[in-house]
Design a protein around this ligand. Sequence first.
Ligand SMILES: Nc1ncnc2c1ncn2[C@@H]1O[C@H](COP(=O)(O)OP(=O)(O)OP(=O)(O)O)[C@@H](O)[C@H]1O
Ligand SMILES: [Mg+2]
Length: 286
Amino acid sequence: MTTTKMPTSTPLVEVQNISKYFGQVIALKDISMRVGAGEVMCLLGDNGAGKSTLIKTLSGVHGHDEGKMLIDGEEVRFNSPREALDRGIATVFQDLAMIPLMGISRNFFLGREPTKGFGPFKRYDSAHADRVTREALKGMGIDIRDPSQPVGTLSGGERQSVAIARAVHFGAKVLILDEPTSALGVKQAAVVLRYIARTKEQGLGVIFITHNVHHAYPIADRFTILKRGRSYGTFEKSDVTREEVASMMAGGEDLENLSSELAEFERTDREEAKDRHDGKRRTRET
Ligand SMILES: Nc1ncnc2c1ncn2[C@@H]1O[C@H](COP(=O)(O)OP(=O)(O)OP(=O)(O)O)[C@@H](O)[C@H]1O
Ligand SMILES: [Mg+2]
């Protein structure tokens, strides 16, 4: 099946030639990328490539030193994560910022607790929080038995899903996920990936960071590959195979060298085995 995509309208988020320095360290140099509504954009790259630095720039944690950042086509500069959040950019960091001993709904509303009553009678409205949490998760295909169940008792995949549902519920337009599947087994990663696909269907733009091509490939519309702070390129999924993405990520040359080294090992192994075999035969013959 081929899907020809219309040229996308104004991206939700776009960076143009962004650079970021930490003293002498060039964390990012001349990076450009964009994500539109209903798109999953995958940010790939090896350790230290600059992935986290790039999304921290987008989410208001760091300022950028060069280049432009545009939200809905308008140039912005964030001075805090709050400002990014107010423009609809929600980031789910790897540590998730959840409190394990508190219940799911308590965590869902963390920092935005609903209240009932007035003045001195004002208190946390747990019934409301429980109901909304249950509905929001159900909307994403996750049935929770008890909204007051401690988050610490959920699986890693479920916890990621709660964090994503929370961002979506509170009005994110762009969802940034920093390695949400890296610590998960195959089944749980699938839960989270399916969930990301739902988020995309709801019209959000998703920036998905991962090391794992097998997680990225099924749900991405576009890949941007970072390498030591620089962009190795941006590719539409229709233009590249999974193997090509994997090889670009690992650094094509490195992998080719590795495979020729492995071939060399194999050859010497084979020869040694043959020598041993021949040696044995010779001893038997004599
Ligand atoms: N606050 C900081 N101060 C100084 N150097 C930093 C800082 N944050 C990141 N760096 C450097 O910037 C480079 C990019 O780091 P970054 O964390 O963005 O990589 P990454 O692609 O997210 O890697 P990983 O896959 O390991 O998470 C690294 O060389 C790192 O040491
Ligand atoms: Mg990182």
